[in-house]
Design a protein around this ligand. Sequence first.
Ligand code: PMP
Length: 402
Amino acid sequence: MSIFDKFKAMAETRHELDLLGIDPFSVQIDDILSPTEGIINGRPTILAGTNNYLGLTFDPECIAATHEALEHEGTGTTGSRMANGSYTGHRKLEQELAEFYGKRDGIVFSTGYLANLGMLSTLAGPDDMVLLDADCHASIYDGCRLGGARFLRFRHNKPDDLARRMERLGDKAKNTLIITEGLYSMLGDRAPLKEIVEIKREYGGYLLVDEAHSLGVLGERGCGLAEELGLIEDIDFLVGTFSKSLGGAGGFCVSDHAELDLIRYLSRPYIFTASPSPATIATTRQALRTLAAGTHLRKKLQENYERLHAGLSALGYTLGADPSPVIAVVFDDKLESLQFWNDLLQLGIYVNMMLPPATPNGMFLVRCSVSAAHTFEQIDTICGAFAELQVSPMKVTAMQGG
Ligand code: PMP
């Protein structure tokens, strides 16, 4: 017996990919030219797998804010906020996020992953019950595990199943934490938040919504799905990340519950890790200001994703959901999907390959992520590549770079 025995299955998968000459999980972008263009394997490539929904990573104001923070506050905080102190920007960002959502207060974590880990491990302990949508992100599952809560899944986007489970809990429903996402990252489908809120109203409980993929994308002001549906007040804990629409790194939770402040004293993923660097905080604050200032980026994003969705539908591809910036093309076969992903890369289009267990129901997904920074020409080039491969799929003979 060796501690490495459990790596064998993964080693075999890696070996299979090596034999095919395809490894979607170690793509190196040699040069980043813009939010939507890079050089991969020496080839100019359209980046359509980035989560860079608003294309803010090269925004001049965000870059200027980053420079200024670097010069005035240095490269890193070198410690956690509890042990080593907060910088003014940490607290300001929390207040700005709270104001943006119209919530009482906010708390910032070092990544989106840690926001879920930090909130859930603290909110839900061994005596607590959590009901979560089966397709929730790994960070939500990990947060529940870290806190030792009892958790049950309800069927993805099936409020009836949630209601049945709440009913079965009887009196305990009042203290149950319900968790969903806004826009789901694998298929790009939206949570039936209205129905879920109604269930919470009927049975009691608390509701946490992870808007990682909907912040900056949905809602009049870009707050996310809860805003689009007029439900922000009904959400107890709104979680999000800075790493997608805001083009930075970090995560947050906003809430009206006064107890949010106590999370800082109890949450291990908040206490025992270094706080976001000043540059990260400055970028995020500027990106939030840009996001809140107008609707043009959201409108452009919507035009882009509707165009790509319509183009791929017209070609007859099976897509994961209605139009959203996450457009997943569903394949029946693992090898076929890997070959397709690789062929796209060889045509200069980078998208994401999603395989089980990361995908729901063991699906094989070639996932595009659309940005406001894409031009119509780029969207049409992506559609053109999908059309070309439909007619004559290239053979998996060449290496990834071949
Ligand atoms: N929540 C959801 C729903 C996500 O999709 C992700 C990232 N894919 C995260 C949280 C984690 O965010 P981050 O990558 O910023 O840590």
